[in-house]
Design a binder for this molecule. Sequence first.
Ligand SMILES: O=P(O)(O)OC[C@H]1O[C@H](OP(=O)(O)OP(=O)(O)O)[C@H](O)[C@@H]1O
Ligand code: HPA
Ligand SMILES: [Mg+2]
Length: 189
Amino acid sequence: MPKSDNINRIIDHKLFSEDDIHNMCVRLGKQLTQDYAGKKPLVVGALKGAIFFLTDLTRQMDVDEEMDFLDVSSYGNSMKSSGTVKLISDMATDVKGRDVLIVEDVVDTGLTLKFMKDLIGGRGAKSVKCCALLNKEVNRTVDVDVDYYGSKVGNEFVVGYGLDFMNYFRNIPYVGVLKPEIIKEFNNK
Ligand SMILES: O=P(O)(O)OC[C@H]1O[C@H](OP(=O)(O)OP(=O)(O)O)[C@H](O)[C@@H]1O
Ligand code: HPA
Ligand SMILES: [Mg+2]
């Protein structure tokens, strides 16, 4: 865990504490346990942002699940979506006939989720749903359902708990907003 004086240098304010996140995982885990009862879902984590949420969420799900990962990227080192989603690395599992649950850290414009839902749906999955920690609905540019989410979030760039800025700060244990001077500092490097 990063030292708190280092986090204080970086984070302007906390949006969701470790307890808030834990409570979201418990609530969502219960709901998913009910909704996937008797099924053997394939949980697909969207690398890299979803790693922490996926590990906490799945441990709250009492279902026989399988796990795989898609590495997709559309932001690179920017705070704005490039508008195109790149498939960096595909998953190995055959999704044909499977109930697939995509796990995401945040759905923002919706482009990444739509890309993954279309890809998996096009390969013949029986169902494709998404559970995201955060739903930045106000910024949506495409029509895509976020079937389950921990919380809505406003139009601000968030970091921590898997969410990055220029690939940094994923290991901050909670979700917060960066100080503007840190953004400037990193952009000038
Ligand atoms: O709804 P959207 O506007 O598409 O944005 C959401 C996506 O963007 C981020 O991923 P990013 O491309 O930064 O890759 P990463 O997960 O490896 O950080 C985030 O983790 C989501 O996957
Ligand atoms: O707010 C965000 N933070 C980090 N990564 C993101 N990708 C889309 N939106 C965000
Ligand atoms: Mg991502």
